[in-house]
Write a protein that binds this ligand. Structure first.
Ligand code: PMP
Length: 434
């Protein structure tokens, strides 16, 4: 138990720079929430191999780290294990375990599940570069900056980009997508499950089938949502999905886990020209990550310490279980929304069913200087909340509740600070009018 606590805390330290607010508290285990049945349908179990921490394998614990003690995740995550080489049987075993963990979080049996060496953007770039040839029609569902960013990347691959747009705060229905598929006849449809610029959740159940019915593949950005809301790659017929390690998975930023369905791999195999990006070529990466059944070949120098840390972060996810992780996110977000309402604040996404639990967008009330509030959070409490982005710029605060920071205590702390910060901002506003 003590080891787990140390593991939990230290493994998560590198996240500090890349989440919206940070604390050193552990995960709350006192949530009593009914499990919504819809969350648990067909949930596949976590891989048993990730139930065992790396330090339990003596052959994988280098002498310099383990010397008479069990290495802590601080060592695993923060030092570069220089004894670990890119193509090394120990590394390959760890990569295989990462794949198992990713199959679990993506809820897939797909063969090609691996990581792009790079952050979430690299996952988006890999999706576009592998699926697009000049002239490929791609339909992009855009309701915030990530749809726009995807369109930018697709254009750089000379795609024929067709946009379907919704205002920030709204999402897409199946009939919206079906009508656009009929109109544009794309080869690919791209959707963002968690639009972090606006805090909107995009339901995906049934979207893959509609895309397939109209001859398109479905590619999904799940960077800000995976693990915080349900995601079923196989059951929802998603062809490509990517995420970022630094969000709910709570590993250091540096990798973009990605999965391709067999259908997507056949599509890539039928390209007339090779993908323009060697670095993100999924056929090379599938070999490098041991997904294609042929001996692994050097493709690039993998970020071994990141792979190592990701393996441990996935082990923590498996320890907790996806069901519990989803419930924890839902419960924390609901607690935050209720507390904010008591403070007289409104959410940017008014329809609760369209709200993302991982990135919470709060409307800045009339007359309040939003930046003064974010500065108050940081200067007095070292808690970071962000301002808006894209369509929500200047209109909202964004509070991230993801992975290890998604706890009841942290929600309560944010609410306490928000109350103080609003009083401070209001007193400033009154003083300036005197
Ligand atoms: N997609 C979404 C939905 C995101 O929220 C982000 C980052 N917050 C990205 C893509 C890009 O990820 P990264 O910053 O890790 O490159």
């Amino acid at each position: 138990m003590e080891q787990f606590a140390i593991r939990s805390i230290y493994c998560r330290i590198p996240l500090i720079c890349n989440i919206f607010f940070f604390f050193s508290t552990g995960v709350s285990s006192h949530l009593t929430v009914n499990v919504p049945r819809t969350i648990l349908i067909n949930m596949k179990p976590p891989p048993s191999v990730l139930r065992i921490p790396l330090w339990a394998f003596p052959e994988r614990s280098p002498q310099k780290v383990s010397a008479n003690k069990q290495p802590r995740d601080k060592d695993l995550c923060q030092t570069s294990p220089d004894w670990l080489k890119t193509i090394h049987n120990v590394t390959e075993d760890i990569m295989d375990e990462v794949k198992e963990g990713l199959r679990y979080v993506f809820q897939t049996k797909n063969r090609v599940v691996c990581c792009i060496s790079g952050t979430g953007h690299a996952g988006m770039e890999a999706t576009m570069s592998n699926l697009i040839e000049p002239g490929t029609i791609i339909l992009i569902a855009s309701n915030g900056i990530w749809g726009q960013r995807a369109a930018d990347m697709a254009k750089r691959q000379d795609a024929d980009v067709r946009m379907i747009e919704k205002p920030g705060g709204d999402n897409f229905t199946k009939s919206d997508i079906e009508a656009a598929l009929i109109e544009h006849k794309p080869a690919i449809t791209f959707m963002v499950q968690g639009e972090s610029s606006t805090g909107v959740y995009q339901p995906l159940d049934g979207m893959g089938e509609i895309c397939h019915k109209h001859g398109a593949l479905l590619a999904v950005d799940a960077v800000a949502s995976l693990g915080g809301v349900p995601f079923y790659m196989d059951d929802w017929s998603v062809d490509v999905v990517y995420t970022g390690t630094q969000k709910v998975i709570s590993a250091p930023p540096s990798m973009a886990p990605i999965a391709f369905s067999d259908k997507a791999m056949s599509f890539v195999a039928s390209r007339k020209s090779p993908t323009r990006s060697f670095y993100t070529d999924i056929t090379c990466l599938a070999n490098y990550w041991g997904c294609d059944g042929t001996p692994r070949k050097y493709h690039h120098t993998g970020p071994v310490s990141s792979v190592y840390a990701l393996r441990e972060a996935l082990a923590i996810v498996c320890d907790e279980g996806l069901e519990s992780l989803l419930i924890r996110h839902k419960a924390a977000a609901e607690r935050l929304w209720a507390g904010l309402a008591e403070l007289g604040l409104e959410m940017y996404v008014s329809d609760v069913s369209k709200r993302l639990p991982t990135v919470n967008t709060i409307r800045v009330p009339e007359g309040i200087d939003w930046m003064r509030v974010t500065k108050y959070f940081m200067s007095k409490y070292l808690v970071e909340i962000s301002g808006g982005l894209g369509p929500s710029a200047g209109q909202v605060w964004r509070v991230g509740l993801m992975g290890y920071n998604c706890t009841t205590d942290n929600v309560d702390l944010v609410l306490k600070i928000m109350k103080e910060a609003l009083a401070d901002a209001r007193s400033q506003d009154t003083a300036s009018k005197l």
